[in-house]
Ligand binder design. Sequence first.
Ligand SMILES: [Zn+2]
Ligand SMILES: [Zn+2]
Length: 151
Amino acid sequence: MATEFTGGCRCGQLRYRFEQDGPLLNYCCHCLDCQKSTASAFADQLIVSTDALTLTGRSVTYSTERPSGGTTNNRHCPDCFSRVCNANTAYPAMTIVRAGTLDDPSEPEPFAHMWTSRKRGWIVIDPAVPTFAESPDPAEFMRIAATRRAG
Ligand SMILES: [Zn+2]
Ligand SMILES: [Zn+2]
């Protein structure tokens, strides 16, 4: 059964919606780039099918080259500068939506944490949740995500 999720930037100008089956696929990244780009301790992110995602409103794109390959295109609201989502040209089928932009913030616990080697010392992760010291192998990571999707 498909569920609709909605969200948007802080000022409400840039909005999005997507429908998907099953629970949200949210994970956290503790890398230093994510700390800088979120201006916070870690990034709380959602894997969303690019085909399922609809953005409405104006956006500006800030692009960064990934050391691991591809270009990450970050979509920001040009008025309040919230970063709403990003996608890597190496993985066009999926878009990473910033979980903090959801209208309903009652997301489930993350299915994984990555770059825990950069994690702030005061953050305690449930030992039952998989962690990766740096970037996980993409196939392994998506296998864990699929376990969440299957419930
Ligand atoms: Zn905005
Ligand atoms: Zn990161």
